[in-house]
Design a protein around this ligand. Sequence first.
Ligand code: MG
Length: 278
Amino acid sequence: MFRGPARHLALVGQRPSFNDAELENAVQEDAATQEMLSLVLEEPDRWAMFLDIDGTLLNLAPTPDAIEVPEALPGQLHRLSNKLGGALALVTGRSLAFADTLFKPFAFPTAGLHGAEIRSATGMHTVEATTEFQALKHALTAEAEHYPGVLIEDKGAAVAAHYRLAPEYEKILEERMHHYAEFAGPNWALQLGKMVFELRPARSSKGDALERFFQSEPFKNRCPITMGDDLTDESMFAIANARGGVSVRVGTIGAPSCATNRLSSAALVRNVIAALAA
Ligand SMILES: [Mg+2]
């Protein structure tokens, strides 16, 4: 069962409703998006690509560690990056260090922790966890032992509580994460995602990360193509729309989004990447 979009809909008080016409629409939109992305090959010097990882390049997995990277994908991303003159960046909620392990031996320009960590072509910007935040992570990890199936992911300057395996704890976990957010203070913010609550550095977003990439080559003066599947990706969709670029929301129909295009699955995203890289 695919729970993510239902969760988003719950947040805005809507219910998912699928019918044949909408499904047909989605298929048409997929085709239109694939066709539009292939235009990239006609003018590779014009575009920069910003890609989310989990749920966009890779299928979502029951636990954060269980994601699988198809063997061909790192090489395809590398070839596509070369075609774009290096203007391809990964923009993820994972830590930068973890993102690097996924696509070895390549190290693409990357924004980690929703933009709190950035490695651009020109340099590195990272945030450190404070002593208080370290203590908070320990307290949260100890508390989570009372919620079987809830997984705590320590990302350094961020921490995520995943409840995909234990949805019955959603309510209590939300309350507890609000409590921890208060304790963390104004430098950290509570971020909701697909079956996850996360405390992340407050002064960062994926949209901010894009603006930072645009300050230097090879991204400068290029038009953004953004692809993502979750709430945190909306800020980069907004930047893409404002700069006259392309925003692609990945996933089943129904999730509210400011993206102008859609692809219905990560598998389709990979097909597009493979085609662009060929
Ligand atoms: Mg994602």
